[in-house]
Design a protein around this ligand. Structure first.
Ligand code: TRP
Length: 355
């Protein structure tokens, strides 16, 4: 990557629980690396998206806004350089979603592979909340509102970016000019981290992820439980490193690349026990998460200050999103939102209610 890029970056997370190492490997580490090196970077706390399948438990979303903001600060995101934006505080995002919904078919929504997998995972049959099926459209609103060109995400988000670009292309065709730019995904070198149980993906809903706020003991216990090679029974047996979660995590997080390569070779040859490899991984994760935990605890002492950061980023985002909304309203022959609001205030004198 260049030293400086001209991109506008937008990415975000659903505040449904604390962020974990899967988020870190897939996207968070890239955000920290990109901070200050691009034109702008916005980080979205996607509370409206989280509500699309948590409307029955809104407290969970409300509580986790602060938790996720703390995670951001803990990993080193600086709200002055990477404003934190609360999705529900930017009403233009909801209106953009309404306009974009007219450009998307139900069949297209049902074909989105990530949404399909999530519908299965949550056991929805015909009782899918309509908002859930449509959340990729709301995500298109998030990305285009900021005219973002780069979106650091894990690989499960690629279908969302594809749908975003389809919508942007339709808006541009309708408007007869480029109103919304094309967005590109930025995948990390570990776009998908496996769960500690060996399942394909670490996720909070599967309960197989190590959260960034895990205590030192929780980290050690998770490493001890990690799925390795079930056929590697004796230390002297040759072992598999592919499909072995400990090696997947070493590949993702151990800065000593040569050391990891040597461990892998020894393991495949035989003569290296799981406990040695797990000990190394535990050291690596404690070194990564220790400072994150400390910073998190420091910020957690002043939650009001954390929410002031969120409010400031959200206020800045409102202005930007309102401009994009007016462009899109124009495509549909609608006047700018402020014009209409201003006229009705001026002209209309409502009768005073009789007391
Ligand atoms: N869908 C993302 C997730 O599940 C969160 C998200 C919402 C997002 N809006 C976004 C990601 C815009 C990137 C860009 O984590």
């Amino acid at each position: 990557m260049d030293d400086y890029c001209d991109d506008i970056i937008l990415t975000g997370d659903r505040p449904t629980g604390p962020l974990h190492l899967g988020h870190y490997a897939g996207s968070l580490a890239n955000r920290v690396a990109l901070q200050g090196r691009c034109r702008r970077q916005f980080i979205l706390l996607a509370d409206l998206q989280a509500l699309t399948d948590n409307a029955g438990d809104p407290g969970r979303v409300a509580r986790n806004v602060l938790e996720v903001a703390l995670d951001y600060l803990a990993i080193g995101l600086d709200p002055a350089r990477s404003p934190f934006v609360l999705q529900s505080g930017v009403p233009a995002l909801a209106e953009l979603t309404v306009h974009y919904l007219n450009l998307v078919t139900v069949a297209r929504l049902e074909r989105n592979p990530t949404v399909k997998a999530e519908i299965q995972q949550r056991g929805f049959a015909r009782d899918i909340p309509a908002g859930f099926l449509c959340y990729p459209v709301s995500q298109a609103a998030d990305i285009t509102a900021f005219k973002a060109t780069l979106v650091p995400v894990g690989d499960d988000q690629l279908p969302m970016i594809e749908q975003t670009n389809e919508i942007a292309a339709r808006i541009n065709r309708l408007g007869g000019r480029e109103i919304l730019p094309e967005a590109k995904a930025l995948l990390s070198t570990t776009p998908r981290l496996p769960g500690i149980d060996g399942k394909a993906k670490a996720s909070k809903s599967l309960g197989n992820a190590i959260s960034l706020s895990a205590s030192a003991d929780e980290v050690t216990r998770a490493v001890q439980m990690m799925f390795t090679d079930p056929a590697h029974l004796r230390v002297s047996d040759p072992g598999q490193t592919v499909g072995n979660v400990v090696f997947a995590y070493l590949a993702a997080f151990d800065p000593d690349r040569a050391g990891v390569a040597a461990l892998g070779e020894h393991y495949r040859r035989g003569g290296l026990g799981d406990s040695v490899v797990k000990k190394r991984l535990n050291e690596v994760l404690q070194a990564l998460l220790g400072p994150i935990r400390e910073r998190r605890e420091r910020y957690a002492r002043d939650p009001a200050q954390v929410m002031r950061f969120v409010d400031a980023g959200t206020a800045a985002a409102r202005e930007i999103a309102a401009r994009t909304l007016d462009d899109v309203r124009g495509v549909f022959g609608l006047r700018p939102a402020a014009t209409i609001a201003g006229r009705s205030a001026e002209r209309l004198s409502l009768p005073v209610e009789a007391g």
